[in-house]
Design a protein around this ligand. Structure first.
Ligand code: NPW
Ligand code: ADP
Ligand code: K
Length: 512
């Protein structure tokens, strides 16, 4: 499990250490971590450091200090080092060490063209303009630096020091220009802004360096890793039969949109469960059975159907019976995935076992119905805030889909998963995610172990597991070309098999 903390929480944890005079020691640890991360990245990309041209973008604060000290160490390994000073001042100790190691410096305010050239002709740019102390996007000529880097024909390797400059460490917002990194070496703890919103896209790969901060209070955000995902996937026991393995009810599809029901059913069956009971129009049931003969199809009602969890909404369109089934599923007290058209029926007072699965557009409509006037672009700029807001307003768990998918519990626990590929952004992809999540809810052992209440955030963790499995399956499927959601079930089975084999063998689980 990766835990992320707000920049504010990390700064509060650092404060007593700084007050006790440990600032220099902390900075040396951070700089060493950045140096080591840069060495590893350069060695894997070009074999050696010798002769590599390293340009530091150094702001006035400690972030610039970290980057200058790291570059000074790189000079000791044969790299050529230069720095663009983006402010009138720079960390004095770090600047002196940088110059002592032969580093040359240029001031952005004095010679902007030369500074831009220093960036675009570098092999590596170390971004130390702003760290957790940054407020708002990059301003003035520093903004131009970020723009030039983004547009460079031969883009250097960009390594962010702590976080890409211009990213809000608490939220992942990028209110203005910002650096986009290939790798972010972050210190003490992963910052929330590296795992949510546009900040997650700007961070690239994340490495976290322990600088000995000790414990930071509760994480703001968590991410399931392969071992966590493997632990949440259903594995039948010897004593199981089809009803104890979990039965999922699917109230999806309509005469107008039958395909969504086929896709949700296929994805659920591939995730592994005891049975799918489908409720919907007869022609849709027949279509499902032509592809999945094992699904038990009927036209009955939710209260009359015995299952462990529900999926409602995909492809339901304006079908009145599916609308009623979605309302009954939400009121049933059972875990329920409420997707697509059914999200429109969500009201305050739902429980965490109901998982709403909007994309940003559907969340815009949901929030507006609940009296919150917010645009889609505002949600995309700060998805963490609005996923949490929707969970708090409805009492449900909210899975906000996107490049990074967020799962927020009404009690605040939040997960972020980013294993997906843009190839998954295709019609029908959300239907398969709903099916996967439905299967995880139906097979969830909490449903079987009577008397035990799920821990807060449990359903958000399952929703995150579904997003992770969906993302990994899509990424695997994309290796064979553009992803058709109907091809996803085969990939889901392969990913589950890989995760379980590694788990049983006790070996490190490969990232698919
Ligand atoms: N503390 C520790 O123990 C350790 C901390 N470490 C490192 O320190 C980093 C935090 O350092 P920091 O607090 O000095 O803040 P940092 O982000 O470098 O810059 C703030 C400066 O930027 C300015 N400024 C703000 N916004 C701006 C904008 N939009 N555009 C332009 N300028 C802007 C602001 O000026 P102001 O506007 O406030 O006058 C101020 O001068 C942290 O990320 C980590 O890398 C490690 O060494 C490990 C130990
Ligand atoms: N740019 C992207 N990168 C990675 N995954 C994406 C991207 N855009 C969308 N996705 C994923 O693709 C799926 C699309 O779901 P959705 O929009 O509900 O599709 P539909 O309703 O058409 O089936 C979601 O799981 C979402 O997280
Ligand atoms: K930075």
């Amino acid at each position: 499990m990766i835990s992320a903390y707000s920049g504010t929480a990390v700064r509060a944890t650092e404060k007593p250490l700084l007050d006790a005079g440990q600032g220099h020691a902390l900075m040396q640890k951070a700089a060493y971590g950045l140096y080591a991360g840069t060495v590893r990245e350069l060695q894997s990309r070009r074999g050696s450091l010798y002769g590599a041209r390293v340009t530091v973008l150094a702001g006035a604060g400690n972030n610039g200090g970290d980057a200058l000290y790291a570059a000074a160490r790189l000079a000791g390994r044969g790299a050529g080092i230069s720095a663009v000073l983006t402010s009138d001042s720079a960390h004095p100790g770090a600047l002196a060490e940088f110059r002592r190691r032969g580093g040359r410096t240029l001031s952005l305010s004095n010679d902007i063209d030369a500074c831009l050239r220093l960036c675009t002709t570098a092999d590596v740019v170390l971004d130390g303009i702003l760290g957790t102390g940054g407020k708002g996007g990059l301003r003035g000529p520093a903004a131009l630096l970020a723009q030039t880097l983004a547009a460079a024909e031969h883009r250097p390797l960009v390594i962010a020091c702590d976080l890409p400059s211009g990213v809000d460490a608490d939220t992942g917002e990028t209110p203005g220009d910002h650096v986009t990194a290939d790798l972010t070496v972050t210190f003490g703890a992963v910052k929330t802004g590296l795992m949510a919103g546009p900040g997650a896209l700007a961070a690239g790969r994340i490495e976290c360096v322990d600088i000995g901060l000790g414990n930071i209070p509760a994480p703001a955000l968590r991410r399931l890793e392969p071992t966590d995902l493997a632990a949440l996937l259903p594995v039948p026991r010897s004593t199981d039969h089809k009803y104890t393995r979990g039965v999922l009810g699917i109230a999806a599809g309509s005469v107008t949109y039958p395909g969504a029901a086929v896709l949700a059913t296929g994805a659920a069956l591939s995730t592994g469960l005891g049975m799918v009971r489908y409720l919907g129009p007869e022609p849709v049931g027949r279509l499902i059975n032509s592809v999945h003969p094992e699904a038990v199809c009927g036209t009955g009602s939710v209260p009359d159907t015995q299952v462990q969890a529900w999926v409602a909404g995909p492809g339901a369109g304006t079908d009145e019976h599916q609308r009623q089934r979605a309302l009954d599923a939400m009121a049933s007290g059972l875990p329920a995935v409420v997707d697509a058209d059914a999200i429109a029926y969500a009201q305050p007072g739902l429980g965490p076992q109901v998982v709403l699965t909007p994309h940003a557009g559907e969340l815009t409509a949901l929030l507006s119905r609940l009296g919150e006037d917010v645009s889609r672009s505002r949600i995309e700029a700060d998805p963490l805030r609005f996923a949490r807001r929707a969970a708090a307003l409805t009492g449900a768990t909210v899975l906000l889909k996107g490049w990074a998918t967020l799962a927020a519990a009404p009690t605040g626990e939040t997960f972020s998963q980013a294993e997906a590929t843009p190839w998954l952004a295709t019609a029908g992809s959300g239907d398969t995610l709903a099916g996967i999540l439905g299967a995880l809810l139906a097979t969830d052992r909490w449903n079987h172990d009577a008397g035990q209440a799920p821990v807060p955030g449990h359903y958000a963790a399952l929703a995150a597991a579904a997003a992770s499995l969906h993302g990994r399956s899509g990424t695997l499927a994309a290796q064979a070309g553009p992803v058709e959601p109907s091809r996803l079930p085969a990939a889901i089975r392969t990913v589950i098999r890989t995760l379980q084999d590694a788990r049983n063998a006790g070996v490190a689980i490969p990232v698919v």
